[in-house]
Design a protein around this ligand. Structure first.
Ligand code: FE2
Length: 376
């Protein structure tokens, strides 16, 4: 017992009832998966990975999996209207349906979470093909979003059973995106704390950071946020709710147009944000811009940084520092016509936080866009 008490790793393994090995994939329900996959290859530099559809024995949908380093995105579209995927798109537009988490034991993950109050989405299922076996299970989270638990230690295929490798003649070079840093959920009024409790009770996460409406408010609007992390820190889910301001919160605009709670942004990590954002911008990805004055006193705020200020200013990359280091980040505009899902590009240089020092400048930039849409 003494050895366990003194060894934090063993202690963690002993107490973490839902060990997670990271994000396995993010699945988007979209109106046209073939074209969405092309966009993410062209604009973001993903590579073709695998396909499932009528040709592979899946009759009601088509799914395209693309990959860049450890990032796997899946785009799924329904083939007929009488289909829950079609309902999802009618309600929400294109958006994130599945945040899939890799686990050592998907059956145990389902039992642990459902016994703690998680609502089952998928009972443990064994999927097999000539490359081995994947066990999948899942629970519901906020809105119509779900978590799938993926156990793939006995699988060597391209993606999942039911998919065939997707070999394409079109393979645009990558942009340096590496893995999912965090995924943010927008929830309704007074719903942040219930969802914080869900992640604590059902999934064993803990609240590592909190921001109230004093931290995150501009002249016009406000939101509140709590960051939930699993035991090893590989999976982080900040949860936002709107707060009262003079005008409509950006979270409220999202809830209106997504027609409910859902994933607001997925943050993608890079080791060279200047190169990555330059490449993304050249390929047509649109970013939120802060005023040039943001950079006037930047170094006074954050101290020395390794990067030249000029490209950061040209690209609109934001910088923030915490006790452990600094981070560089930038946010895309929404990637669909509804003002809903967007992406963050983030490079961490020691900092484990989320850019609190940038919130005000950033949210003023979001509000300028919101006002242009007539929704402020
Ligand atoms: Fe973020």
């Amino acid at each position: 017992m003494e050895a366990i008490a003194k060894n934090p790793a063993l202690q963690n393994a002993n107490t973490d009832f839902l060990p997670l090995e990271g994000t396995d994939y993010v699945e988007f329900y979209v109106g046209n998966a073939k074209q969405a996959a092309h966009f993410y290859k062209t604009a973001f530099g993903f590579q073709s990975l695998a396909y499932a559809g009528p040709e592979t024995g899946v009759k009601d949908r088509a799914s395209y999996a693309v990959r860049q380093h450890k990032l796997t995105f899946v785009f799924t579209t329904p083939l007929r209207p009488d289909n829950p995927i079609a309902d999802h798109i009618y309600q929400h537009g294109d958006g994130v349906k599945v945040l899939a988490l890799r686990v050592p034991d998907a059956t145990d993950a389902w039992q642990q979470t459902t016994s703690r109050g998680g609502k089952s989405y998928l009972e443990p299922q064994r999927l097999q093909d000539e490359h081995g076996e994947v066990v999948m299970s899942g629970i519901h989270t906020y809105g119509d979003t779900v978590h799938l638990f993926i156990e793939r230690k006995n699988y060597t295929g391209a993606f999942l059973p039911g998919y065939q490798p997707w070999n394409s003649h079109y393979n645009p070079i990558e942009t340096g995106l590496l893995y999912v840093d965090h995924c943010v959920g927008n929830v309704g009024w007074n719903q942040m704390n219930p969802w914080v409790k869900f992640y604590e009770d059902v999934m064993g996460f803990r609240n590592i950071l909190s921001f109230d409406d004093q931290d995150i408010s501009t002249e016009y609007s406000a939101l509140m946020s709590k960051v939930m992390s699993n035991g090893n820190g590989f999976v982080k889910f900040p949860i936002n709710e709107p707060a009262e301001g003079k005008k409509k919160s950006q979270v409220e605009e999202y809830l209106d147009f997504y027609n409910g709670e859902g994933c607001q942004h997925v943050a993608l990590a890079t080791n060279n944000i200047v190169a990555t954002v330059t490449a993304l911008q050249d390929r047509g990805v649109e970013f939120l811009k802060v005023p040039g004055s943001y950079y006037d006193d930047l170094l006074d705020r954050v101290g020395h940084i390794d990067e030249d200020l000029t490209p950061l200013k040209e690209l609109g990359i934001l910088v923030d520092r915490d006790d452990e280091g600094y981070l560089l980040q930038i946010f895309t505009k929404p990637v669909e016509d509804r003002p809903t899902l967007f992406f963050e590009i983030i490079q961490r240089k020691g900092a484990k936080s989320f850019g609190k020092g940038n919130f005000k400048a950033l949210f003023e930039a979001i509000e300028r866009e919101q006002a242009q849409r007539g929704n402020l």
